[in-house]
Write a protein that binds this ligand. Structure first.
Ligand code: UT7
Length: 395
């Protein structure tokens, strides 16, 4: 008797974005930049910032419960949790373990996946392999990041790019054809130090010296990274598409990693497709690293951009250098996502804290100060005395 072929279908999807918004104009107040520069070079207009009581695990848990509700299953039916992040709550335990408890699951194996901005696609491909091999029936795949706590707010080349958020999908086994069709993953370590966070690991354990030198912040060679991304994203996507027996024109919608609008335009050009095949939401969230693809996927589905039978490609690149793409045939009722989102609020979720310990002032001081002060206000001209310094508009 032949073993039935097991396909991995996306049955649930959900996202969570923290409420606080940080605009380009806000950033103009702490670094030498401008809304015009940021919009024209990246496409980003604003990003979200997690509140002091939020963490990567708490945001991930909200997105996960929304995805599980959308899938219409019980949290305990999940038998594997894969959480992609480069900003875990702790070095150990895994953030996935904290999420498992927060969503009320008792059965799943849970682990984090470290592949930077490609992490969600890597985790998705791993989930497909678990399902195809019969090792798992329902896998929760999460991308969650709290990047705003790892940025140097004196470095205008990085602090304008990143934001916080989480997205999740449920992949479920089925003998029905469709679902995840093929994937491609690459790693090019010659780019290892193009995006990196130098200190805190075994090579440079945290110390007063590493902190004084700002080695606990994300560093990036923007130009080199840009070049890698424009070279690799289209070829990685094309490889996944061809492995699925398809051509670019067969793909209804691409969900690219949301790093830079110019990179996404290069992907469209490389594939010979118009920009309306590329989903873009980085204007509202900035680059949320491993969270960017699942947030964009959940939004695209809820906005009616995908229907049953459509082919969609997820494609990402990031530190490592890594890149990954998955070609999917969409099989779920798109209408389910909006109800799943509405069923869960941030107040429904709590991540257990350690006994007798909580972090003090988790938000970097420069960012905390910016979020405390209201943005520039329009001051009536009558109130301005000529010769006086321009009103700062801040309290
Ligand atoms: O998820 C993966 C994460 N990484 C990425 O996505 C990064 C990919 N790279 C990029 O998106 C782009 O390289 C950036 C947006 C980071 C930078 O854009 P660029 O067009 O490559 O600018 P650049 O680095 O070549 O800098 C051009 C100029 C420089 O000034 P000078 O030396 O020409 O006088 C920079 O100092 O722009 C300056 N600059 C800024 N000016 C105003 C850099 N950052 C800023 C800023 N505001 N925020």
């Amino acid at each position: 008797m032949n073993t039935p072929v097991r396909h991995a279908h996306v049955t649930g999807w959900g996202r969570y974005a923290p409420a606080q918004v940080l605009t380009n104009r806000d950033l103009e107040r702490i670094v030498d930049t401008s809304d015009e520069w940021i919009v024209s070079r990246t496409g980003i207009r604003e990003r979200r910032v997690a509140a002091a009581n939020e963490t990567t695990a708490s945001m991930a848990a909200v997105a996960s419960l929304r995805a599980i509700r959308t899938a219409g299953i019980d949290p305990d039916e999940i038998d594997l949790i894969l959480l992609a992040t480069l900003t875990p709550d702790y070095w150990m335990p895994s953030t996935a373990a904290l999420v498992k408890e927060a969503i009320g699951n008792t059965r799943a194996a849970a682990m984090d996946v470290s592949a930077a901005c490609s992490g969600f696609v890597y985790a998705f491909a791993t989930a497909q392999a678990y399902i195809a091999s019969g090792l798992a029936k329902h896998v929760l795949v999460i991308g969650a990041e709290l990047l705003t706590r790892f940025l140097d707010y004196t470095d205008r080349s990085t602090c304008i790019l990143f934001g916080d958020g989480a997205g999740a999908v449920v992949l479920s086994a089925s003998e029905e054809p469709g679902g995840s069709l093929a994937f491609e993953m690459t790693t090019e370590p010659q780019g290892a130090y193009m995006i990196w966070l130098p200190a805190g690991g075994a090579k440079a354990p945290p110390s007063a010296g590493t902190i004084a030198r700002g080695e606990h912040y994300i560093r990036m060679e923007g130009n080199q990274t840009y070049r890698f991304a424009t070279r690799t994203m289209a070829t990685t996507a094309l490889s996944a598409i061809r492995k699925a027996g398809l051509e670019p024109d067969d793909i209804k919608l691409f969900i690219p990693h949301q790093a830079n609008n110019r990179i996404i335009e290069a992907v469209a050009k490389g594939l010979g497709l118009p920009m309306d095949r590329m989903y873009v939401n980085l204007d509202r969230y900035g680059n949320t690293s491993a969270a960017s693809v699942p947030i964009a996927l959940a939004e695209a589905v809820n906005e009616g951009r995908l229907d049953v039978g459509d082919r969609v490609v997820l494609v990402a690149f990031g530190a490592g250098f890594t890149s990954g793409a998955v070609a999917i045939e969409w099989t779920a009722d798109p209408a389910r996502g909006i109800a799943g989102d509405a069923a869960v609020t941030a107040d429904d979720v709590s991540v257990r804290l350690p006994v007798d310990w909580d972090s003090v002032d988790p938000i970097p001081e420069a960012l905390a100060e910016l979020m405390r002060r209201p943005g520039p206000v329009d001051v009536p001209l009558d109130d301005v005395v000529p010769g006086e310094p321009e009103p700062a508009g801040i309290s």
